[in-house]
Ligand binder design. Structure first.
Ligand code: SF4
Length: 159
């Protein structure tokens, strides 16, 4: 089983009530090969919500308490991000997930790039809070951009 970001599956769960539909990921759900999870909703947020970015580091630093997730209004929302990450880890374990496919650039789900904390649309190398926690617990995390190259090996589109 694969865990995927809900927004990639076409669910309108992003901060601005939109999705990031990826047809391949939607097909995985249709074929019962994937379970969709939104770490931010699991952390207690609703949709729509203020956008947030990591300030002072990346998701690993948030877990270590040396960086924060701040929303655009200046509220420290780190705890909700951390809680969402732990609930996603629990779901991944419950599903026996071999791999998790998360939306790139998100402060929760980014796996190689995140925004730099200035709310200016600039990205930096780094991972989101959920991606960092899953990796620390031995779960492989990739982005939707890496999925096409892995499909054959995973064998998840045949049914
Ligand atoms: Fe998508 Fe992840 Fe953001 Fe939820 S937390 S909207 S799944 S990128």
């Amino acid at each position: 089983m694969i865990i995927v970001s809900s927004c990639l599956a076409g669910m309108k769960v992003r901060y601005n009530s939109t999705d990031c539909l990826d047809e391949t990921i939607h097909q995985l759900l249709d074929n019962n090969r994937a379970v969709a999870v939104c770490p931010e909703l699991l952390g207690g947020f609703s949709t729509p919500r203020e956008p947030a970015e990591i300030v002072g580091g990346d998701g690993g630093a948030v877990l270590d308490g040396t960086a924060k997730v701040m929303d655009r209004l200046g509220n420290d929302v780190s705890e909700m991000y951390i809680q969402g990450a732990y609930k996603t880890l629990e779901q991944a374990r419950n599903a026996g997930a071999s791999i998790v496919v998360l939306k790139e650039n998100s402060p929760s789900c980014g796996s190689s790039m995140i925004y730099n904390g200035a709310f200016a649309g600039q990205k930096i190398p780094g991972e989101g809070v959920t991606a960092a926690l899953l990796r620390r617990n031995g779960i492989e995390v990739i982005s939707e951009e890496q999925l096409p190259a892995r499909l054959g090996e995973l064998g998840v589109l045949d049914k």
